[in-house]
Design a protein around this ligand. Structure first.
Ligand code: AMP
Ligand code: MG
Length: 330
């Protein structure tokens, strides 16, 4: 099988990233992965127009740095892929325009990629997991998934905000800079005092909005205790849903991916659940847990095994493109 080089472009939310992966047989090697992250003012969230302006301004620099680090020119690439959704419309369109321009000018095949699939497939490539139950926890997702009959099926998800949004909104309420997950993790690690908070698991889905309001109410009594109690409650809810999905599906592998996968306390809880179920635990490496071009590049390469790319007129963006609607053929 021929080696393939793919440029992957990620721009679904806060991150604009370009990466090149070289695929040899079934294996992949990341040659470069350059990111520029939009940072809103402290205490504020992502403003889609401002984030897309950030991406537009930084895309030429990120692209040229990515190619320079890989030691390649555009002429060396075999294909280009971009995150077509789900995400923020204005942000998605920047990545799509860059990809479409390169594809049409240089005659490269172009592959629209589902962003959630990127988190999962890169996680599998980097950890070696083959058929895991997956927990995807990020700014845009809180989902438990398993692969069956050409599709990733959902075995539980959030009914309102995502785990990443919960942490970010609590952090912003305290005036921290986004993304707030790492700061909340640090504060939580300094407390062991649990303040009771609403724990809401419905069927195998979770709901965080009541937890969000109640955490805001206890924050004035002590930020560290509030962060500790928030993490313990939210992570236990997710853990309960994961445990039920594990016993239902009988999977022998489990993998956590997405930006929140970087959290050590979450990993600890999940790891102990896996131990009880005789299941192997995998977590995407911290460096590749959050949004990055490598996720998009790798799915593009996997899809190239079968297809020859999309027609330019089919290179849309889809803000609410659910992963369980994507047919997977590799
Ligand atoms: P993503 O959308 O995959 O890039 O993930 C971004 C989300 O991950 C944001 O909500 C961050 O606050 C969250 N995040 C990043 N690092 C951590 C951490 N150490 N603990 C908890 N959440 C984190
Ligand atoms: Mg993401």
């Amino acid at each position: 099988m021929m080696d393939l080089l793919c440029l992957g472009i990620e721009s679904t939310a806060h991150t604009f990233s370009c990466a090149v992966i070289e695929k040899k047989g079934r294996g992949g090697r990341i040659l470069s992965d350059v990111r520029k992250i939009y940072r809103p003012p402290d205490g504020e969230g992502i403003h889609p127009r401002e984030a897309s302006r950030h991406h537009a301004e930084h895309s030429p620099q990120v692209l040229s740095e990515c190619l320079a680090k890989a030691g390649l020119g555009i002429g060396d690439l075999d294909m280009v892929s971009y995150a077509a959704g789900p995400g923020l419309g204005p942000c998605l369109r920047i990545g799509a325009v860059v990809a479409r321009s390169l594809a049409s000018y240089y005659g490269l095949p172009i592959y629209p990629v589902n962003h959630a699939l990127g988190h999962i497939e890169l996680g599998k490539m980097l950890t070696g997991a083959r058929d895991p139950l997956v927990l995807l926890v990020s700014g845009g997702h809180t989902m438990i998934l398993a692969f069956l009959g050409k599709k990733w099926r959902v075995f539980g998800e959030t009914l309102d905000i995502t785990l990443g949004q919960l942490l970010d909104q609590i952090g912003r309420h305290a005036g921290f800079a986004s993304p707030c997950g790492p700061k909340i993790e640090e504060l939580a690690s300094r407390s062991t005092k649990y303040e009771p908070l609403p724990y809401v698991v419905k069927g195998n889905d979770v709901s965080f909005s009541g937890l969000f309001s109640a955490t805001k109410r206890i924050m004035p009594r002590g930020l560290e205790d509030a962060c500790f109690s928030l993490q313990e409650t939210a992570f236990s809810m997710v853990g309960e849903a994961v445990e039920r999905a594990l016993s239902f599906t009988g999977k022998k592998e489990f993998m956590v991916v997405g930006g929140v996968a970087a959290n050590r306390r979450l990993s600890e809880i999940l790891r102990s659940i896996c131990r009880r179920h005789g299941c192997r635990f995998y977590a995407s490496p911290r460096e590749y847990a959050g949004d990055c071009g490598s996720q998009i590049s790798w799915v593009g390469l996997l899809e190239a095994k079968r297809g020859s790319g999309a027609r330019l007129e089919d290179t849309f963006v889809r803000q609410s493109w659910r992963i369980d609607s994507v047919e997977v053929h590799y």
